[in-house]
Structures are given as C-alpha cells and as structure tokens.
Design a protein around this ligand. Structure first.
Ligand code: S3P
Length: 429
C-alpha cells in the first residue's frame, strides 16, 4: 500500500492513547497459554505480530477467545501443549519465534517454526545455541541459525548463560526454557535488557530474581492464570512524542504510556535533546509503571547516545534519528550494531531513507551520525516491510516542505494499527 503523506498543516495538538505494548502483549498470551487456569488480557495489541503469537498458540492446542474487548486464554498448563500438525508461522515477529522457541524447548514433541522473508534473514543461533546447551534438539539452516527451525524438546538441564548481547528475546527464551529444566537457570547480560518477562512471570506466580544485569528462575516452577492489563507501548508513543517535538507550536498528551525503566531511554534522550516534556500522572498497571506524557515543541539540540542507553531505546532509534535531523548540531548514535538485525538493517534503512528526503546522516559500523537542523524536502520513501521505518518516514513527511510518497505503509499494522488516524486526529481541523 502506498500513501502520499502531506506536510503537517499546522501544530499537532490534543490527546492520544497509543495501542498496547507489543512486548507485553506477546508475553501475556504466551504465559497465559502455559499457565494453569484462565487468564484475561485487557489492552492487548491487535497488531500483526501479536496476532501471530495467538495463531501459534492455537496451533499448539490452546483455546483463546477474543471478544474484541478482552482476550480470554484457557491455559493448558506447562505440559498441556500438543504437537502442532502445521508449521508454526510467526509472520514478521522476532519476539514470537524467539520466545516460543524457549517454550518449545521444554516440550517432548516436534514442531517447526518459520516466518516471512525478514524473519528468514534474522539470526536465531543467539537463541537456539543456548537452548541446545540445555539439551533441546534443534536444527535449521546453518545449524539452527536461520528458519525454518525445528525443535524437539524435553529433558532440559539448567544453565548459567552469559549472553554476548543485551537482548530480552534471548534472555526470555532461556528463562522460559529454564522453567522446564532441572535446577536454577541464570542469564547474565552485558547491559540489562527490558525486564517484562521477569515482571510478568511474577504476576503469574513464578518467583524470579530480577537482578541489575541478570535474572534467575527455578526449574519446575508453575504458572497460575491471572489477569493482565497491558499498558500503552512507549515504542509507539515515541512517534507521537517525535511529532510534537518537530512541528512548531505542537502540544500533545500521550496517555497510558508504559515507562518501565528498562524501556524508557527515549525520555532521557528527549531531555538531553531539549524536548519539552512532562509527566502528568504516574500509576501502575499489571506490574508495570505507567504515565501520561505531555510533549510541547521546543528547539532541539544534538546529543550522543551509546552504551547502556542502547538496549533501553533500541526500537526508538528510527524516531530519534528523525528528531536529530531537526536538532541543532551533531547527534552520534554508537554501540547500536543490533540495529542491523532488526526487521530491516535499521542503520542502512534509516540513513538512506532520511537522506533521500534531504537529511545529512552517515552510517557507521555501529550506528549513525546525524547533522542538523536540515530542511526535509519531501520525495519518495519505502518502509521495506519494517513498521518502524514506515512510521518514521510518514512523520518525516509531516516535517517536510513537500509530500512524501511512502510505499509499504501496511507494515505499520505490525505494531501500531490506527497510526494515521491518531496522527490525523492531532492535526488542525
Ligand atoms: C523485544 C526485544 C527487543 C526489541 C523487540 C522486542 C522483546 O529485541 O527490539 O522489538 O519483546 O523482547 P532484542 O531482544 O533482539 O533486543
């Protein structure tokens, strides 16, 4: 699908409630499926990725009802999943394939996981390697690095795994497998990645040690069905923050945003870049901190983003890069090699796509350098089937002097169905 996105006709003003958190929605369905008893999930993100997780769990024998208001999952218990007759199609979703691999490593049956062309290029050894160390039988192209991935699980042993990457998908897969293993499973990371798994397992009655750069679970723990309220996704909110921060005189209130400290790096960067933002209400939802966040336009300045910042804002870098094109001075993003193995190589897609509209960005080995401020002049852009690239380019259009014809806007549904409606609702009528 193509969309000719017009420059903003004036400041963005008003309130918006962004859809449910993608990471938390996946986990809610996965954990509820292996819990004992029923769970009810509210605020679930009905984006393509989370629907893929639901689809896979149904193929594994789990009864899941979606009333439109809430998702009701009849948990099968840890050992109640059944061998799927079909291939488990994860679509575009890295979280589905990696977290589900951890659960399947504990199942004494055979299953095969595959997805779209983007998934076929993304590395799986980071997950299949440690799961094989725990005793699961796993294979795939290049010895289990690429889809299709086949898993025959069961008979797992606990491990102490020192992960070379700060990845919540890796950590979560191993912790989930650890629930099926004998003994204590520990995952240590170079920097703490998002800790939704640790927090939500506690909500499902599993005791987890959630350390500053490690997490521990005890084999044999069982999950008990519960209710989960999913907060709004800060990764989606990031695009609304960016809209307000780059269009003069804007003033937006984004409500119900998850502000888990392992995810909220964008807020620190907004402060460093001079964005005028405030927190209007703080509360807790489903074991996660949440707030309403107001962003008002203010002049921006460049900054450096690196090290421990990166896992706390990895998905927000495309939006931050757009902010940086409108900021005075140089923005340097480094230590972000992980961008190369996202839905696209986001170092290349961000730099090439923004430059095509008149930006001054340079790709580096582990990030990018962005000079600003520049006048974006409109033109053509492509999502390359990457939801966050699609949203970045649509917002770049808002800040441009001429329209941007964005190709592949359907990808945006992966994490933010209703993105264009929300944006339009904030425009002057
Ligand atoms: C996610 C973890 C991150 C993130 C992805 C969702 C999760 O990936 O980029 O969008 O839900 O655990 P990595 O674990 O590969 O860093």
């Amino acid at each position: 699908m193509q969309k000719n996105v017009q420059p903003a006709s004036g400041p963005f003003k008003g309130e918006v409630v962004v859809p449910g958190d993608k990471s938390i929605s996946h986990r809610a369905v996965l954990f509820a499926s292996i819990a004992e008893g029923e769970s009810v999930i509210r605020g679930f993100l009905r984006g393509q990725d989370c629907l893929s997780t639901m689809h896979c769990m149904r193929l594994l024998g789990v009864e899941i009802e979606d009333s439109g208001q809430e998702i009701r999952v009849k948990g099968n218990g840890k050992y109640g999943l059944t061998e799927p007759r079909e291939l488990l199609d994860v679509g575009n979703s890295g979280t589905t394939i990696r977290l589900l691999s951890g659960i399947l490593a504990g199942q004494p049956f055979s299953s095969v996981l595959a997805g779209d062309q983007s998934i076929a290029r993304r590395p799986m050894r980071r997950v299949t390697g440690p799961l094989k160390m725990m005793n699961a039988q796993i294979d795939g192209r290049e010895y289990g690095n690429y889809t299709p991935i086949s898993i025959r699980g069961g008979g797992l042993q606990a491990i102490h795994y020192l992960s070379p990457v700060a990845s919540a998908q890796v950590k979560s897969a191993i912790l989930l497998a650890g629930l099926y293993a004998e003994g204590k499973t520990t995952v240590s990371e170079p920097f703490k990645s998002r800790d939704h798994t640790e927090r939500m397992l506690e909500t499902f009655g599993v005791s987890v040690e959630n350390g500053p750069d490690y997490a521990v679970v005890e084999g044999g723990s069982t999950l008990k069905g519960t209710n989960v309220d999913v907060p709004g996704d800060i990764s989606s909110a990031a695009f609304m923050f960016t809209a307000a921060a780059i269009i003069k005189d804007s003033d937006i209130l984004v409500k119900n945003v998850g502000i888990n400290p392992t995810r909220a790096g964008i807020l620190d960067v907004m402060t460093r870049m001079g964005v005028n933002w405030t927190m209007e209400r703080e509360y807790h939802l489903g074991g996660e901190p949440v707030a309403d966040i107001r962003v008002r336009y203010a002049p921006l300045k460049g900054c450096t983003i690196d090290g421990a910042d990166i896992p706390r804002l990895i998905d927000e870098i495309p939006a931050i890069a757009l902010l940086a094109t409108q900021a005075e001075g140089t923005t340097i993003i480094k230590d972000a090699q992980e961008l190369k193995v996202k839905e696209t190589n986001r170092i290349d897609t961000v730099v090439n796509q923004l430059n095509a509209l008149g930006a001054d960005c340079r790709a580096t080995e582990d990030g990018m350098i962005i000079e600003g401020p520049v006048t974006l002049t409109g033109g053509r852009a492509d999502s390359f089937h990457d939801h966050r690239i699609g949203m970045t380019m649509a917002l770049a259009a808002a800040a441009s002097t001429a329209p941007v014809l964005v190709n592949g806007t359907e990808a945006i549904d992966v994490s933010y169905p209703g993105f264009f409606d929300d944006l339009t609702s904030l425009e002057p009528s």
